[in-house]
Write a protein that binds this ligand. Structure first.
Ligand SMILES: *Cc1c(COP(=O)(O)O)cnc(C)c1O
Length: 220
């Protein structure tokens, strides 16, 4: 099943859009099935779960951390994460930088931008995001690489609203790129989930994060 689902999602993706298979709450066996079908990018949102799966599964998997990251969990995540999508504050980026400096590593990160109508979603507000990039503060952090933006649209069936939000993320990405410490690295736009990824692709996503359509409905 997983292989078939993966195939049908990928059929709708142009070659310049990468698929992150969101495997949070699913078993190592489910991930192994997707791996056998050729999938290498997987998304997890809990540090402990990422740690366990990374230890149990093939080394060439690229793990994407997509959940809210608490500062006391940074050290669990950075050794395994190919890309952290969910940097939702200046303080968090600073903490990730500090942890990587200590470990002698660097972390690839996306800034999470809050464009949805829900109050519960994390992230920089658009103006704050641009002000932060403009401040020059991120450029002083030597152990993080800013690779672009991540965002989520409102959880609504109003697809025009969803499209408007994705369009805003893409527009912010363009503005952010000009202000980023290394503009050529600031190339990723992570947006789109099972319910809305075709719209995200139309609006310029480079990474989509799809779980349910690949692995089935989540229990937890
Ligand atoms: C769970 C999750 C997804 C995947 O959601 P689906 O609806 O299962 O495709 C994508 N992005 C984030 C940040 C998530 O937490």
């Amino acid at each position: 099943m997983v292989a078939e689902n993966l195939h049908s999602v990928k059929q709708h993706l142009p070659p310049h859009v990468a698929l992150v298979a969101v495997s949070k709450t699913y078993s190592a066996e489910d991930i192994a099935a997707a791996y056998s079908a050729g999938q290498r990018d997987f998304g997890e949102s809990r540090p402990q779960e990422l740690l366990q799966k990374a230890a149990a599964l093939p080394r060439d998997i690229r793990w994407h951390f997509i959940g809210h990251l608490q500062s006391n969990k940074i050290k669990m995540v950075t050794p395994h994460a190919h890309l952290i999508h969910s940097i939702d504050s200046a303080g968090l980026l600073q903490e990730v930088n500090k942890a990587c400096e200590k470990a002698g590593t660097t972390a690839r990160c996306l800034l999470q931008v809050h464009v949805a109508q829900e109050e519960t979603k994390f992230g920089f507000l658009p103006d704050d995001l641009l002000a932060y990039l403009r401040s020059g503060e991120p450029g002083a952090l030597r152990n993080v690489r800013l690779c672009g933006l991540m965002g989520m649209a409102s959880n609504t069936c109003n697809m025009e609203q969803v499209r408007k939000e994705f369009r805003l993320i893409k527009q912010l990405h363009g503005q952010g790129k000009a202000l980023a410490p290394q503009p050529e690295l600031f190339a990723q736009v992570s947006m789109g989930m099972s319910g809305d990824y075709p719209i995200a692709v139309e609006e310029g996503a480079t990474l989509v994060r799809v779980g349910t359509l690949i692995f089935g409905k989540r229990e937890a």
